[in-house]
Ligand binder design. Structure first.
Ligand code: ADE
Length: 256
């Protein structure tokens, strides 16, 4: 996959990508990510990329021309069909489905701009898609671009060491993840669930599915709305709900 990030802070993007899963994807050539700095495409000796907003007000607005030339340079580094994606709080909310859609493309260009603004004529003419990573305002799009690249990289074929890891992640199956445990068996008097040590693979799979369904039901019930659970999932979730209710009752009646 060939990607490029248009950013005033290429060092930040490159340093963050070099670590962990994205770093390995880059080294294994599963992912390529170029950076392009709009400052290199300014046309004055101060390398100016922004100007005061028409109509007044605080902050600066990024000018069309340096950004447009930078995007042109970035597009030359990725496959011809690669869309230009602009990171902005005004965009469509990024999620696992969009990560999977992007991972199926041969590449894309991400544009990270300063938050105060970008001349709307750049967005109107150069951008194919606008994405937001959540309802909060970052000072620039770099962290959002890194979030998108990380989520995409981990679902690229062959990037995660264990090919089973990505599908087990939260959201890959539209459910939150189950809890995880490792050694030691007992931590501060709390044992790991015995089923995980039983060696019974079927029982372990059922436990994990029950916990994933139960957590989703407790923490993100919206994710279960309009969803047809299989009969097996309904049984597991019913088990979880009964167990939770019993625990609540026991807690309520426990001596203080
Ligand atoms: N730039 C600033 N805030 C952002 C956000 N929440 N998502 C994407 N890009 C942004």
């Amino acid at each position: 996959m060939q990607t490029a990030v248009v950013t005033l802070f290429p060092d930040v993007v490159e340093a963050a990508l070099a670590a962990g899963v994205t770093g390995r994807a880059l080294r294994d050539l599963k992912l390529h990510c170029a950076t392009v700095n709009p400052r290199d495409f300014a046309d004055d000796r101060h390398n100016t990329v922004d100007d005061r907003p028409f109509g007044g007000g605080p902050g600066m607005v990024m000018m069309v021309d340096p950004l447009k030339r930078a995007v042109g340079a970035a597009k030359a580094l990725v496959p011809e069909s690669a869309p230009v994606v602009f990171l902005t709080p005004q965009g469509e909310r990024f999620d696992q489905r969009i990560a999977a859609d992007l991972a199926a493309l041969p590449g894309f260009v991400l544009v990270a701009a300063r938050y105060e603004g970008v001349d709307e004529r750049f967005v109107a003419t150069q951008v194919d898609r606008e994405l937001s990573i959540g309802d909060y305002v970052l000072s620039g799009g770099e962290l959002a671009a890194l979030v998108v690249l990380d989520a995409v990289a981990r679902v690229l074929p062959g990037v995660l060491g264990n090919p089973e890891s990505a599908p087990a992640d939260s959201y890959m199956d539209d459910l939150l993840d189950c809890p995880h445990y490792t050694r030691p068996e007992v931590v501060d008097g709390v044992s790991a669930p015995s089923v995980l040590l039983s060696g019974d693979h079927g029982a372990v799979a059922d436990w994990r599915r029950r916990e994933a369904l139960g957590r989703t039901w407790q923490r993100r019930p919206d994710m279960l709305l309009d969803r047809d659970l299989t009969a097996a999932d309904r049984t597991l979730l019913a088990d979880y709900i009964v167990k939770t209710r019993l625990n609540t009752l026991e807690d309520a009646h426990a001596p203080q």
